[in-house]
Design a binder for this molecule. Sequence first.
Ligand SMILES: CC(=O)SCCNC(=O)CCNC(=O)[C@H](O)C(C)(C)COP(=O)(O)OP(=O)(O)OC[C@H]1O[C@@H](n2cnc3c(N)ncnc32)[C@H](O)[C@@H]1OP(=O)(O)O
Ligand SMILES: CC(C)C(=O)C(=O)O
Length: 502
Amino acid sequence: MSEKLWIFDTTLRDGEQVPGCQLNTQEKIVVAKALEELGVDIIEAGFPISSPGDFNSVLEISKAVTNPIICALSRAVEKDIEVAAASLQYAKKGRIHTGIGVSPYHIQYKLRSTPDAIIERAVQAVKYAKSFVEDVEFYAEDAGRAEMEFLARIVEKAIKAGATVINIPDTTGYCLPEQYGAIIRYLRENVSNIDKAILATHCHNDLGMATANTIAGVQNGARQVEVTINGIGERAGNTSMEEVVMAIKCHHDIPVFTNINTPLIYGTSRLISKLMNMPVQPNKAIVGRNAFAHSSGIHQDGVLKHRENYEIIDPKEVGVLESSIVLTARSGRAALKHHLDALGVHLEGEELREVYEAFLIVADSKRDIGPKDLLSLVGKYIEDSTFIELVKVSYESNGTIKANVELKVGEKTHFATSEGNGPVDAVLKAIEKIVKPQVELEEFLIQAITAGSDDQAKVHMRLMQGERPYYGFSSNTDIVLASAEAFVDALNKIPVKDKVIL
Ligand SMILES: CC(=O)SCCNC(=O)CCNC(=O)[C@H](O)C(C)(C)COP(=O)(O)OP(=O)(O)OC[C@H]1O[C@@H](n2cnc3c(N)ncnc32)[C@H](O)[C@@H]1OP(=O)(O)O
Ligand SMILES: CC(C)C(=O)C(=O)O
């Protein structure tokens, strides 16, 4: 029989510890509400003793959120626990998460203590937290490198003191899946009162094992997983929620279920990425830009014939509209035909073979094959009147910022001028005066390729036309020009029939 797996999200605590990812209270409330909608069971909202701002965030999130348990972190220190309890005063369901280091490293070198004294501090902390709230979770920090017998002893005492959830963190991301699973199994078999608590995983990703270790923990009896959206967290990160949830959904032999509303995964991932200014790596499982992108011919042909040939997850299940077929020099005729059909050019047999041969020559010398390339390849079959070429961009700033652009669309030249909040805004608005694409700019990332003031800026843009995404890329030493080029690149990918040119 399938049991419930409690999803404990620590994006706002462990995730927010990441340099540059700090959020203010309003932003944290937005995230907490999104997590509530996503269906998480517990939100670890912060470490209230750490700063007045973090205390206030836990307080305000407690007011703003109804369903999930709100959890506040503390050390095994009385003052921490008092402040955590105060921050939870408005929580409908509040939990204090307290604990202490249990590995020989932490006991000897960090806490400068002894095993017996650590057990005593753990017991006192749990009892003290229990005097404020019923729901107390105990974390045995660095359990991944602890001595098993000592770990079992401290866990037993913490449960006896009132802890109802026992967290077994692999704080340093040291364990291999078998090792981590064995720790959970050992505790289930050697702690006499273990049935009175839920065992939780909290795995870090220093060896890239966080998801595998978490799943191993679940397979051995853990029933709460501590995770973050996009796997963000201290150092190499925490366990990625989307990976664990989808691994469980794909493997019916793991006897647990979650309440996560999976079609909201992608949107939540992008919200966190945007608010925390933390791009998602393109090949990230489940939510990376390429997670459902197929770029080699055999795969593309397979997916076009039957999606499941190369996909274990229907992209819609995680909120991604559809798989994408990316044209490269490794693409075959099936992929080429798919793209030509989208442009309204239907070729078969000898005609398709002829265009494919020409396509391979272009693709060998170009990484990104777009509609412009395809249209020029099939020029003799169709007439393209909508291809946009960026001819000139300039802007001036005299109190107000004004941009001028010159575009060539097909054979016609267009000029437009626009004001904006900044040069990029003004240029994009001017382009939109000529091309009326009815798109939303959903993602706009500028990245320096190397350090230095003469650096190239790499721009990545994602436009949405309805629910359909179009990506634009460019790199240039001039950020404004790179932005304009990326915008035009994305516009050129919109099929002819969906583009309106003035
Ligand atoms: C594994 C995790 O705890 S993940 C969470 C990590 N998050 C953070 O650290 C962010 C919040 N932290 C902070 O704001 C600060 O570190 C504070 C407020 C908690 C403490 O600040 P300070 O009092 O200045 O102490 P500082 O950060 O320099 O050192 C940490 C102290 O806590 C002790 N400590 C660490 N963990 C624990 C624990 N679980 N229980 C009891 N004491 C602990 C350390 O031994 C050290 O004590 P010492 O100064 O007597 O050697
Ligand atoms: C506070 C604990 C749960 C932690 O973050 C860790 O051990 O990594």
